[in-house]
Design a protein around this ligand. Sequence first.
Ligand code: DAH
Length: 340
Amino acid sequence: MLEKINQYKNELENISVNTQEEAEDIRIKWIGKKGFVTMLFDDFKTVPSELKREVGQKLNELKLLANEKISVLKQKFEQINTGNVQPIDYTLPGFPIIESGSLHPLTIVKNQIISIFSKIGFTVSEGPEIEDDWHNFSALNTPDNHPARDMQDTFYVNLNPEMVLRTQTSSVQVHIMENKQPPIRTISPGRVYRNEAISARAHCQFHQVEGLYIDEQVSFADLKQTLLYFAQQMFGSDTKIRLRPSYFPFTEPSAEVDISCTLCKGDGCNICKHTGWVEIMGCGMVDPQVLINCKIDSNKYRGFAFGMGIERITMLKYRIKDLRLFFENDVRFLKQFSNA
Ligand code: DAH
């Protein structure tokens, strides 16, 4: 009997079926009323009592094996019939689906600004984020008592000598002019820091692009035309600009630049506070004293400069209302720019 049990075990292992009916036949053949295993249990009565323990154990093992095997065979078809297992669609994309990342909206707009200005001959230059007092303030004509130097506005990294997190990319102008003689035509994108309470409209860190053009014959008309070209490339060819007189310590004369509102096209809306215009940057003719500070001959050369916030341009372009979104890295926000 032990031999028979072993033989059945081997046979069971090798059984395979192709249809539900075949699986049912196997069940009847093995564990039905007259099945092999059932019959063996009948024969068990005849086993001498001294062998009963060993044979009984093996017989139980065989029964377990048969039950397991048959339930596996049957399950295969039950799942397909009840629709629990979908037939495999080989045309589906692989798993896991690898999502492609996207550029941050500020990077997208920074790259656009670079591409717009590089078409008219501007190079790209960068400077350090930790600056000494000279590059961030003094060389740019910002007097010792100027409110921008206040601890409330500037992050000081060191007090003696004074080292600050740069508050403006205008500091890069100074590095460039100290290291290179005109003609200079460059833009400097980068991160800046200010000691501001964080809100929808202000942040302690943001990004600017500085522009600088120094040569023998640079006029205010060149500045205006360059900015009109930029505004129309960035916001559309029907965009208008207007310059309002303003003050910056490093430019004379200075102006603030507005563009016609991209949303209402000048009719008046919430974005432009019903004026039809929105401010996008500051600009002016480089103050001759700044040229002198940087060892450039102020009788021979003049130039213009401008500075804009990348967040501001991006908010206008994509109608983003809260500055904090740029720094929170919420994928639901960032994902929306994957095709930009
Ligand atoms: N640095 C100024 C700021 O942070 C922006 C600026 C204004 C830059 C006028 C310039 C300029 O180059 O000419 O507000």
